[in-house]
Design a protein. Structure first.
Length: 465
């Protein structure tokens, strides 16, 4: 990414159509100031009341919709995609708390929260896991009213799960030379979503939700998924080191891999989209990974993955598992948005304004995630190729034992930032989390801002007596 914040903001927001070129210029300025200090409040980011008031007016403007603000970034990301691309899909709740009264929001969580749902499709290069950007996003606000429909009427109501298919329709079909593979958790196990993937020519690796759903097994018999798994072919086994968890000790798990073909029948109650596009049976493969003889006090490891990819060999199954394991990146994105950009702490008074602000900050969160994931995807790259040299010089000034600014790697850079936030960096500490990173980030921004102000002051000519 380009850490010239002005160039970055122009690149991602300069082409937005908000009905007036002045609004677009204001959006570019707002994004530029936000990416410079992403976790700060809007008044702190905007560096003054006049600029803050202009940003608030922008977010409250009816033309400043979510898609109008973020759509340019989506288009740019899709055009930048090449080769094999993972489309990581997931929904997160943007919850502003139970105490705030915000016009236009809906219930979240168990019904006592206040906010909206945000469904994201994050594009990631399959070979390297480098972040490309967001391919599309959809927001959904749950209704407050209590439904009194009977079961037949409930089937005809719009369903929350439809946002999965709506997002894929926005991503659309891949351009020439690009292959999409959508990756999702159990919430993606939806017949209609599979049809949206087929219609848009996407592949998939999706985790199964229900073992009792009806499928056709390898012998053509209609059985439950649990029974169909027992007919799959054994492909091989491997050992996996498991870290200590909340309810499970550290151990080496003995895993077996099974795979084969299944067919999904259409649901009994069909939406209009399913009626139009559903075949008699939906053919796909499934990979089943299970743990042999887990300890009594440990949760047994089991993954059931639907996929459009071939699974004839263990190596092909390995590829499917690798694609699913990349799901951690979308979780990191949500942390970047909520912890790095503090989107849920924004003090705006309407759902429209909060969605507009979220659209802007969601693109900022991509920039932060790109920088953070460099430490995993390209750890030995020189940090000066990714961030301004002044940042590295300030880190060196704070810690004389740190690597020289022109030699420090991306991996070392991120650990040095985390140390500013309280990370100790001992061998047993693992990798720093978002909270310590953002504490360090805030410290670094203050240091850089101070150095820039001092340099500006020194360049000014002395006042004549």
């Amino acid at each position: 990414m380009n850490w010239d914040s002005a160039a970055w903001a122009e690149e991602h927001f300069g082409g937005c159509d908000l009905g007036d070129v002045r609004r677009t210029r204001r959006l570019v300025q707002t994004a530029e100031l936000a990416v410079q200090n992403p976790s700060a409040s809007f008044p702190t980011q905007m560096q003054g009341w006049e600029v803050s008031k202009a940003a608030y007016r922008l977010f409250n403007c009816k033309q400043a919709t979510f898609s109008a603000i973020a759509g340019g970034h989506w288009q740019r990301s899709r055009e930048a995609a090449s080769g094999h691309v993972l489309v990581l899909c997931d929904t997160t709740e943007i919850d502003f708390g139970v105490r705030r009264r915000i016009r236009g929001t809906g219930p979240t969580g168990n019904g006592h929260g206040n906010g909206f749902l945000l469904h994201n499709a994050l594009l990631v290069e399959a070979p390297t896991l480098a972040i490309i950007g967001l391919g599309a996003q959809v927001t959904h606000t749950r209704p407050h009213e209590t439904w009194t429909d009977n079961s037949a009427q409930k089937k005809k109501r719009p369903r929350e799960s439809e946002i999965w298919g709506q997002t894929i329709d926005l991503v659309g079909r891949p351009q020439k030379g690009v292959q999409y593979t959508d990756v999702g958790d159990r919430a993606a196990d939806n017949y209609e979503f599979f049809l949206h993937l087929l219609f848009n020519r996407h592949g998939w690796v999706l985790r199964a939700k229900a073992r009792n759903r009806k499928v056709f097994d390898t012998n053509g018999e209609k059985v439950t998924l649990a029974c169909a798994l027992e007919t799959l072919e054994y492909k091989g086994g491997y050992e996996l080191a498991i870290r200590e968890g909340k309810n499970s000790p550290a151990r080496t798990a003995d895993l077996e891999v099974f795979a084969g073909a299944i067919e999904l029948p259409p649901p009994r109650h069909k939406s209009a989209f399913v009626k139009e596009h559903a075949p008699e049976r939906l053919c796909m493969n499934v990979v089943w990974v299970r743990e042999n003889n887990p300890p009594k006090n440990a949760t047994k490891i089991e993954w059931i993955l639907y996929t459009s990819h071939p699974v004839k060999t263990l190596n092909q199954c390995w590829k499917v598992l690798e694609y699913y394991e990349a799901r951690w990146i979308i979780e990191e994105y949500h942390k970047s948005l909520k912890t790095g950009c503090r989107v849920e702490q924004r003090q705006l008074r309407t759902a429209h304004a909060l969605m507009a602000a979220t659209a802007c900050l969601s693109v900022v969160a991509v920039a932060l995630l790109q920088l953070k994931t460099h430490a995993k995807t390209d750890p030995e790259r020189k940090a000066k190729e990714v961030v301004p040299l002044l940042w590295l010089q300030m880190l060196k000034a704070v810690n004389q034992r740190a690597t020289a600014a022109d030699k420090i790697t991306v991996y070392e850079f991120y650990r040095q930032i985390a140390k500013l936030g309280g990370f100790l960096g001992r061998k047993s500490d693992g990798e720093p989390g978002w909270i310590t990173i953002w504490r360090g980030w805030e410290q670094l921004r203050l240091l850089v801002r101070g150095a820039q102000l001092l340099a500006t002051q020194q360049k000014r000519p002395p006042r004549s007596g």
